[in-house]
Design a protein around this ligand. Structure first.
Ligand code: FAD
Length: 294
């Protein structure tokens, strides 16, 4: 018979951190608990102490400030995100990505913080391309880090960082006076949940005349952590969108993106898929704008 872990229900972030620090590797935070469910199905045993974050009110809030950020509490569920008026009004790019995650029953439990804490969640690359920041608690004070820095800490300093609590996800407002374009695509195997084979997102700010003022591209693929394609972004920024630039970008992605082989798709396939998806999005954008301006 499998053992029954002790469930802790702290009501403050500080209390949750202290419990985690007491039991360390023999404990885990849980938000929606859907990853725990996946791990159980794979026969991975639970730690003796589960620290639920569901009773902490400050993790459940969504707010917006005109000059700053959309702030999403880490415990906000994916279903709630889909219907929240602020998300629809200020960051509807998130909606298409959230709709691709699991079935509604799972989305009722799964949280945005858990998607990041899991480290392979499908929202991570979307949030990277939206330049999100993380407000988190380190046991002493609240810290703010860019999402990619936060992920580096989580992955590279796992031991010292395992008690950190994600409080809010902060998504900067879009700059006014630009044509904003957001692209998201998830290519997966159509069966019970496995991480997508490849997912890509791209955020562009275009001036009239197709000049690219801002470009953020993020990719994730199976068995490979999500990442920004900074070299490709640098190539695109300041350029005018033309077929020639798209060809250049295609070549640079093939050089920059280095995913890994897995039992279902080779690294070469994932790399080419990333380049193809992005190139076809940009060609479509080019055609669309040419039609508008012709
Ligand atoms: C059938 C099924 C289908 C799924 N399909 C998808 C899919 O298509 N795409 C996808 O991305 N995921 C999928 N998942 C995985 C999962 O549901 C989501 O990634 C979800 O967003 C995780 O959120 P959660 O609240 O359930 O996380 P939990 O399971 O509660 O936590 C996940 C991890 O994050 C940590 N954590 C949680 N909250 C915090 C916090 N505030 N601070 C620090 N650490 C924290 C936990 O300790 C744990 O390590 C699926 C799961 C199932 C069961």
């Amino acid at each position: 018979m499998s053992h029954v872990p002790q469930i802790w229900l702290p009501v403050t972030i500080e209390e949750a951190w202290k419990i985690k620090n007491t039991f360390r590797n023999n404990s885990a935070y849980i938000a929606g608990g859907t990853i725990l469910r996946l791990q159980e199905e794979k026969g991975i045993s639970k730690p003796d102490h589960l620290i639920s974050l569901r009773e902490i009110p400050s993790l459940q809030e969504v707010s917006h400030s005109q000059n700053d950020f959309l702030s999403i509490g880490s415990n906000v569920t994916l279903s709630y995100l889909l219907k929240h008026p602020f998300i629809q009004k200020y960051q509807n790019s998130l909606i298409s990505a959230v709709k691709e995650i699991a079935a509604p029953g799972i989305r009722n439990q799964a949280t945005i913080g858990g998607n990041i804490g899991y480290q392979y969640g499908d929202l991570i690359h979307v949030l990277l391309s939206l330049n999100a920041q993380i407000l988190w608690y380190d046991g002493v004070s609240e810290q703010t880090s860019l999402l990619h820095e936060f992920l580096e800490l989580m992955i590279n300093q796992a031991e010292t960082f395992s008690n950190a609590i994600i409080i809010n996800i902060l998504i900067p407002n879009r700059a006014a006076d630009y044509d904003h374009t957001f692209y998201f695509e998830k290519i997966g195997r159509r069966e019970a949940f496995t991480p997508s084979i490849i997912s890509i997102s791209c955020y562009l700010e275009l001036q009239k005349g197709f000049k690219i003022d801002e470009c953020r591209i993020a990719v994730s693929s199976s068995q490979h952590f999500p990442e920004r394609l900074l070299r490709t972004e640098r190539l695109m920024k300041g350029k005018t969108l033309t077929k020639e630039e798209i060809n250049e970008m295609y070549k640079v992605i093939l050089l920059e993106y280095n995913p890994v082989d897995d039992p279902f798709a080779s690294a070469e396939y994932k790399k080419r898929m990333a380049a193809n998806l992005l190139a076809s999005f940009l060609v479509e954008k080019l055609l669309e704008r040419s039609e508008i301006h012709s």
